[in-house]
Design a binder for this molecule. Sequence first.
Ligand code: SF4
Length: 384
Amino acid sequence: MTKVNLLDFDLEGLTAYCEGLGEKRFRATQLFRWIHQRGAADFTAMTDLARSLRDKLAGVAEIRPLKVLTEHVSSDGTIKWLFDVGGGDAVETVFIPEDDRGTLCVSSQAGCAVGCRFCSTGHQGFSRNLGTGEILAQLWMAEHQLRARLGNGAGERVITNVVMMGMGEPLQNYGALVPALRVMLDDHGYGLSRRRVTVSTSGVVPMMDRLRVDLPVALAVSLHAPNDPLRDNLVPLNRKYPLVELMAACQRYLESAPRDFITFEYCMLDGVNDSDEHARELLALVNGRGANRVPCKFNLIPFNPFPASGLTRSPRDRVTAFAKVLQDGGVITTVRKTRGDDIDAACGQLAGEVQDRTRVGERMKRLPIPVVAAAPDTNNGAAV
Ligand code: SF4
């Protein structure tokens, strides 16, 4: 008999499960705290649970970790794990330590069906969605292993921020994502605030609207282009949800978001999307007119080249000039520090191992490298 993986449950789900075993609700809370706050995987260690319950659980349930295939530690302290998720698929998770925070970048799918041109995961194609337990197992393992390694006491958190920016489009795996987010936010779980949990999307508009209602955590949008022809090419999902719809969804999201801005991610691709004209188009897009404005910050990401992409990184002075146009237009703009690039853990470099069941990767190889001119500059650089 396959045992039930308790990592698959948020607190409500675990409570229902425990009640099904004839246990009181508060037992579920105790169990939940043992699993997520103390990292226990062995029921015998859960000493404040009745012996009879521990025995019962041991017969039918387990806390199922993911098997670590490899671990690489970068010279800057970034750690990348490759986890086996079965069936020939493996996903990657990255821990990024900084002075004032520890961020875990978590995967939501084995591969990705969106197929962004500049993304290593996108080139690998798509195999399957991860389950809630597989999403949470990344956080559970990283938090508790790192606590043990650093000698942190109980409750001394290592991971202070989670970004759903690893492999996959999280909003195309909504059903598994939301319970996982609930556990991250739950005071009996990881107790992270909504501001410290970020979902990154390439623009799945209907699911942005659902997340806004169900669990509005911080939102990052992978924008990467200021106009539809270019974005159609770089982020193919744009053909389904073009920029006008995406910007409207961002505005709606902001009504409930824990922050008063959307973060736009923008991967800087040499000669493709990095001219001053592109930057001015972006300003026109986000500044809009009156009610169409989208309060935002831009995060410019130096592209991490990989051979299959056929793309190259924008030169440093081009990135600086691009950032200046945005800043002069009144938009806060940062340039992301590359972390872990000596272990291929930097943004867009996560590839894992994916049994491509969609042939996205194959189709992409046949597409020309996108070089689309910016729309003519009609606004003379002024935000409209
Ligand atoms: S950037 Fe995100 S949405 Fe695009 S292919 Fe990569 S993982 Fe998928």
